[in-house]
Design a protein around this ligand. Structure first.
Ligand code: MRU
Length: 366
């Protein structure tokens, strides 16, 4: 997608083919800075410190981390230690394990001297695949928005609420929840997006930045405003992303998603979750068993922003010494989900529907 009219992906191979470049998401939406990652260790830091974030992007960048690891040292020992280093960077998004397992599967039996090339090629393929899957999500999801628009009085706006950032910055390109929104906007459907701020890390700022760059009308709101807007008929549908989806259709997404789903349910507002299939964990049924990342309390007691002098600053909002809880994700049970928007189409959030749509993938895991 574009920043100031120039097309970017969120990760790309540098000109010399020996490192990868990423957009530093800790500086957005205030500053656009590109960082170079030239080792598996640097990739691990980038994921852990959230220079890159969003489930699909974490997976792809980790795959490049394996390629960098194999470039450094293609031995069996380093193959395993690169995997071990990267897998423990963030616990919730299953895309990380999915991508690392795919890399490991292709590399483990390959001769050492071939591993570097195999790894770079496969990581590039996973990046391209992600773009394709996310664009397909957009094409399927836009049908829902089109349908809602067709039932509203001519010329009225479709109001969509989203939480966190599940846009192109969270993937390689297009995004998951925002992909149908971009497609609807391209198609000329009149839309407006309610963007949840998404404390504590304010990923809503990333969503506002993306939508603004593409001319999509939007309003940034406090996390607690959604229920009020739903009660007053200001939301036609919700679309969010997911970091892990279970076989029974429970989804684990950014903290606060569950409360939005409850409010949508109470107000009979459709609540959709957009996901590429690598986000499905075929080994888990009950969402309550998903490991929930707990991050540093300083992210809760502080906010990051830009002061009038244009300097990035980190401001304390809590009394000194306050104990902070920083739960990064929550689980929305399938019963509150109207449908899952996948690269193969829209299905119900339940086991038979997911199995029917992805039987080949399910069988390849079990
Ligand atoms: O902690 P983050 O910013 O990595 O969390 C991201 C989200 O929760 C997204 O909604 C999720 O990864 C789906 S994105 C395509």
């Amino acid at each position: 997608m574009n920043i100031e009219g120039k097309h970017y992906r969120t990760v790309w191979v540098s000109k010399d083919g020996k490192s990868v470049e990423i957009i530093d998401q800790t500086k957005l939406p205030f500053k656009f800075e590109v960082l170079t990652l030239d080792s598996a260790q640097k990739v691990a830091t980038a994921i852990q410190e959230m220079w890159v974030r969003g489930a699909p992007l974490i997976g792809v960048v980790a795959a490049y981390g394996m390629a960098l690891g194999m470039q450094q040292d293609p031995s069996d020992k380093n193959l395993q230690s690169s995997y071990d280093l990267l897998i423990k960077t963030r616990p919730t998004a299953i895309n990380l394990k999915w991508a690392l397992d795919r890399m490991m599967e292709s590399l483990k039996d390959a001769p050492e001297q071939t591993r570097r090339d195999i790894a770079w090629e496969l990581a590039g393929k996973l990046a391209d695949e992600d773009v394709e899957l996310c664009e397909q999500i957009g094409l399927h999801g836009v049908e829902i928005i089109r349908e809602i628009a067709s039932k509203k009085p001519a010329g009225s706006v479709v109001n969509i609420l989203t939480h966190c950032n599940a846009g192109w910055l969270a993937t390689v390109d297009w995004g998951t929840a925002l992909s149908p929104i971009y497609k609807a906007h391209e198609e000329g459907i009149r839309i407006h997006v309610w963007v949840d701020e998404t404390r504590p890390r304010n990923q809503g700022g990333l969503t506002a930045f993306e939508l603004g760059s593409h001319g999509v009308p939007h309003t940034l709101i406090a996390d607690n405003a959604g229920g009020h807007l739903m009660q007053h008929g200001e939301v036609d549908l919700c679309i969010v992303g997911t970091d892990r989806t279970t076989t029974q259709g429970d989804v684990c997404n950014k903290i606060g998603t569950y409360l939005k789903a409850l409010a949508a349910y109470d107000n009979q507002i459709p609540f959709y979750v957009a996901l590429p299939s690598p986000t499905i964990d075929w080994t888990l049924k009950d969402g309550k068993t998903i490991p929930i990342e707990q991050r540093n309390g300083a992210e809760q007691s502080h906010v990051y922003g830009i002061n009038p002098e244009g300097e990035l600053s980190w401001v304390n909002t809590a009394p000194a010494g306050t104990t902070c809880g920083n739960y990064a994700f929550d689980v929305t049970p399938a019963k509150y989900i109207t449908g899952l928007i996948t690269e193969r189409g829209v299905c119900a959030a339940n086991e038979p529907a997911l199995t029917n749509m992805f039987a080949d993938l399910k069988n390849s895991v079990i």
